[in-house]
Structure formats: C-alpha cells, structure tokens
Design a binder for this molecule. Structure first.
Ligand code: RFL
Ligand code: PHB
Length: 394
C-alpha cells in the first residue's frame, strides 16, 4: 500500500506524539509509525518530573486539563548526606520557577486519548520499519503490517524512536559522531500504593549508595536505590528494598510506609549524545539522539524541548517553504542538550557511590553537599538547571 504525508514520524513515545500534536495543530500533515502497541508504550514506568517548558507545551496543545488537576507542583527538593537532609527552594532561587510531578504514563495517556480529536494518526505494530532516500528531497519509509508492505513517501522524517530505534542507525557512520559514558551501576526502582515519605523529592547520597524518594500522587510512591548493574529484580524482595532505602534515607525515613511494590525494575545509567541531530531530511529528537542518567530528571524534558525547536523548523519548511529554522535545528537543540548532559552527569557524580570512590572522593562529595547546604549561589545553580534552562533563541 502506498501512502503520502509531509512529515513521517518514527516512534509514538513522548517525542513522536508531542511533535505530531504540534504539527497537526499548525496544519501540517504527518503520520506516526510505531513498532509496538499503545498499551506497551503507555505502560512503561519512566519519568516523573516535568519542567515548565514541557508543561507549557502541553498547555499550548490543549492537553493540560488533567495535568492541572492531578499534577503536583514542587517548589523545592531535599538533598541528603549520610541520612541528614536539607532543602533547596527552587522558587526562591529562580524567581518563582517550579517543576510538576506528573508521570510519563499520564502524559502518554493524555496524548493518546486526544489523538483522534486532534487528527493525529498513528500506525501501531509496524514491523521492520526501514528508512531510505533520506539524502534526497523525497524520503521513503517502509514497514510491514498484517502481511502487507507499506510505503510512505514524505518531505521530512522525524526520528523519534528512542535509543534503540532505526533512525539514528540510518545515518552513515562517516557522518555521525557519538559520545558515550556508561555508569558502573543501575537504579532499582519500585512503585508502591502508599503515601510518599515526604511531600517533596529526596535525593540521598549515602556511603552505601544513592537513593531517591519520589512519587506519582499523594497515595503512590516511587522509590529508587542505586544497585550493582549485574543485580536481578529477583534478588530484591520488597523487604530488602525497603530496609536498604530506610538506611540510605536515614532521618527522612521516619514516615516511610512500606506498601507492597506494584512495579519493580532495574535501569542502566548512561550519558550519550549523537551529533549532528540531522542528516539530509532526517531529524532526530529525544532519546534517539541523546540519553542522560535519570538523576537530573531531564530525559523526557529534553525530548519536549527538541520537539518545540524542531516543530518550528518543520512548520516553516512545510507551510512557507522556508528552511532557515530547520537548518539551525541541530545546532540549537545540541546547545541545550549538552547543558542538560552536563547537569545530569554532575548531579550523578555528586550523589552516587562509584566502585573506585576513594576516601578522598567521598569527603569531596560531602564537602560539596555541605557547600550546597550553606551557599545561596550554589543552590541557585542547582535550582536553575533543575527547573530547566530557558529555550534560547537561535
Ligand atoms: P521513547 O520513550 O524511548 O520512545 C520511542 C518510541 O519509538 C518506538 N520505536 C520504534 N518505532 C518504530 N520503528 C522502530 N524501529 C522503533 N524503535 C523504537 C518505541 O517503541 C517507543 O514507543 O523515546 P522519546 O519519545 O525520545 O522519550 C524519551 C523519554 O521516554 C525518556 O527520556 C525518559 O523516560 C527518561 N526519564 C526521565 N525523564 C525526565 O524528563 N524526568 C524523569 O524524571 C525521568 N525519569 C527516565 C526516568 C527514564 C527511566 N528509564 C527507565 C530509562 C526514570 C527512569 C527509570
Ligand atoms: C521519578 O519520579 O521517576 C523520578 C524523579 C526524579 C528523577 C528521576 C526519576 O530525577
């Protein structure tokens, strides 16, 4: 079967669906091609913290009704060193800026639910998606579904298919430069039907390793502990998990309610950037182009800021035949990406135990946390990055 559209979007994760909604709202034709089904994409437990840029984008798309009702505004966070914590006030340090706790699963539900009314078309369960002719002005996307072969001719391709997708892999190795750091530990995370230990997040550096107390709602907790990357979920009963979490949170664990876990998984940590984020008529956005360790809560937010910048370029190109903004996309997006990479790497380095952490390294971490506790200037640097750097003009 033959199809035709202006922008082919590969992947129906946050990057792909945000872009599709934004393009359709401007009157640009697009079609989203997704390898899995809706339940799979929506079911993945991932991000929990939205920056203002992401909240603003959802508002502009008319998708913020439930977010306004159910999202939790956080004006600060706690940092902890060996069980003793202090608060950083984002709002005070940044002139009133805050973040919103609202799960990626909820964002995906809102994006999928609104798709039919907003004229966003998605092909689910597309097998063997392949891109070709990307360096011509008529790129082609092919896939198989229900034993039929589909061919989509388009003007542009948006590669929003995550770290393991086909888009980045379609760029010749001679063109693409990649930068990568794999961290020597993972995050073991659980979700529990129990009120969170505190009303704000707690990032804990303990000599036994990092821990994070987060949440999805006033009755649903999200907790993580740093673990060896070789560990398996079966190694961690709920009791073992909560015992370790309580030690690492120290004083802050006094209100810990040990609800049974309803999800448990281990995620690896990685810093990764691919440059440039464009080849011919293919444009990468989100995890397809970059990965951050989750410590700074930046992954989904970077996907959203890529989309804001890319959508401007695609709208100008498709509706006005003006490619100036599109030609600047990669440079403009990468400037913001590298700053988020820097912050996520720094925050990971400050809060985790590395296998080769010496006594000196440990004392330096504790000194830096103490400096953050005392210095308004240091707090302002953390807060400004955590709530999200502004989207710069070109
Ligand atoms: P996604 O979400 O990976 O979506 C890509 C989609 O593409 C599909 N796909 C294909 N489709 C067609 N053909 C192919 N060949 C395909 N290959 C793949 C996939 O099925 C999928 O549906 O990438 P996207 O859209 O760029 O979104 C990125 C975010 O999902 C990710 O950055 C965040 O989840 C990262 N993250 C966090 N980000 C935050 O901003 N704040 C947080 O608090 C936060 N916490 C986290 C996180 C990620 C975590 N894990 C598990 C990686 C916490 C964790 C534990
Ligand atoms: C989460 O709630 O899943 C979460 C929150 C903050 C992070 C990472 C993950 O930095």
């Amino acid at each position: 079967m033959d199809h035709r559209t202006q922008v082919a979007i590969i992947g129906a994760g946050p990057a792909g669906l945000l872009l599709a909604h934004k393009l359709r709202r401007a009157g640009v034709d697009c079609l989203v091609i997704e390898r899995r089904d809706r339940d799979y994409v929506e079911g993945r437990v991932r991000a929990g913290v939205l920056e203002q840029v992401t909240v603003d984008l959802l508002a502009e798309l008319g998708l913020d009704q439930r977010l306004r009702r159910e999202g939790l505004v956080h004006g600060g966070t706690r940092l902890s060193a060996d069980g003793q914590s202090f608060r950083i006030d984002f709002a005070a340090a940044t002139g009133g800026r805050t973040v919103m706790v609202y799960g990626q699963q909820e964002v995906m539900k809102d994006l999928f639910d609104a798709a039919p009314d907003h004229d966003v078309s998605i092909v689910f369960n597309a097998e063997d998606v392949a891109l070709s002719d990307l360096d011509t002005d008529r790129p082609v996307v092919r896939w198989r579904k229900d034993d039929q072969t589909h061919t989509l001719r388009c003007d542009y391709v948006a590669g929003c298919d995550g770290y393991h997708g086909v888009s980045r892999a379609s760029i010749p190795a001679t063109v693409l430069r990649t930068f990568e750091k794999v961290y020597p530990f993972g995050w073991l995370g659980i979700i529990a039907e129990a009120p969170p230990v505190d009303h704000e997040l707690i990032y804990a550096n303990h000599r036994r390793g990092f821990a994070l107390a987060s949440m999805r709602s006033p009755t649903r907790s999200r907790y993580y502990v740093q673990c060896p990357i070789a560990d398996r979920v079966e190694d961690w009963s709920d009791d073992r998990f909560y015992d370790e979490l309580a030690i690492r949170l120290g004083d802050d664990s006094r209100n810990l309610v040990r609800g049974p876990s309803i999800e448990k998984s281990i995620a690896p940590l990685r810093s990764f950037v691919a440059e440039p984020m464009r080849w011919g008529r293919l444009f990468l956005a989100g995890d397809a182009a970059h990965i951050v360790p989750p410590t700074g809560a930046k992954g989904l937010n970077l996907a959203a800021s890529d989309v804001v910048i890319l959508a401007r370029g695609l709208i100008d190109a498709c509706l006005r035949d003006d490619t100036v903004a599109l030609d600047h996309y990669s440079d403009q997006a990468l400037r913001r990406v590298w700053k988020a990479e820097r912050f996520s790497w720094w925050f990971t380095s400050l809060t985790h135990r590395f296998p080769d952490t010496s006594d000196l390294d440990r004392r330096l971490q504790i000194a830096e946390l103490d400096y953050l506790r005392q210095s308004a200037a240091a707090q302002a640097v953390l807060a400004e990055n955590y709530v999200g750097l502004p989207l710069e003009a070109r």
